[in-house]
Design a protein around this ligand. Sequence first.
Ligand code: NAP
Length: 306
Amino acid sequence: MKHKVIIIGSGPAGLTAAIYSARANLKPLVFEGSQPGGQLTITTDVENYPGFPNGIMGPEMMDDFRKQAQKFGAECLFQTVDKVDLTKQPFTVWANKEKYFSDTIIISTGASAKLLGLESEKKLMGNGVSACATCDGFFFKDKKVVVVGGGDSAMEEATFLTKFASEVVIIHRREEFRASKIMLQRAMENSKISIKYNTIVKDILGTEKNGVEFIEIENVLTNGISQLKCDGVFMAIGHTPNTKLFNGKLNLDSKGYIITKPGSSYTNIEGVFACGDVQDSIYKQAVTAAGSGCMAAIDAERWLET
Ligand code: NAP
């Protein structure tokens, strides 16, 4: 059976595209991927999505997005796409050993947390090293933890971790912060949080059995190396777009983001559209992702009509 619209990815962008294309009677098929609901499902309070003056929990919001899409006829599959063929119409999508065909594809695969690239980080991931405070913070009750990064994510994770940890140290590689003033101030005013400036993590020491014991850090101004005792290390150093599936198949920029034609969701292939964080290295907000999901659904609908 051939679909009119297949949507790959289920964050605010993908599910908004699903709401709009379902309401246009296009019966979209959504592949939810390995993290159904996307990055908001691993966050707590969303305080800046318009319409929720008291905030809303990320997972709850994404459940509501999905329900709204399904109400209008979107079909959501909790499967991950393994391969796509965008060279001929209809496009082919492989998932769970099945083949699916579609006239249009909307890509909303989002972005994933970046890591430092240390061997020890890989070895201790899940055993003291984490990229998600919301998921793993609970395991660090009355412990000392480190958060790496100087953006909003680092401030948010550090503040959240103070609910559990006895002490949180933010390690940032320079003196200026990318974080917004309000989030930086909230972290700085928290008595459990301290900040180490001009510092990088050189190594993480510990064992899979006992978890993290200490980290080796370097002051980049003095090149002085020291050790910092801690029980956990949370990476909050940004994200990379999830575009492995489209490498060599679509035009990507130097950082791997899908290139869309300005002011639209059009990619370089007719009938393939992209929305959300997978094509946005600048704004990366739930509300901008949702807006671009709406654009992709409208672009796909108009493209199908012509
Ligand atoms: P980001 O703004 O790109 O910040 C990444 C931080 O990590 C920067 O401070 C960067 O340092 C540091 N970093 C990057 N690579 C590093 C490395 N290899 N070693 C050490 N440090 C490294 O990413 P983000 O904090 O994830 O935020 C992304 C977007 O989401 C932003 O637009 C942000 O506003 C938004 N966001 C919003 C909220 C909220 O409003 N509730 C929460 C989280 C995120 P440099 O500054 O030196 O480059």
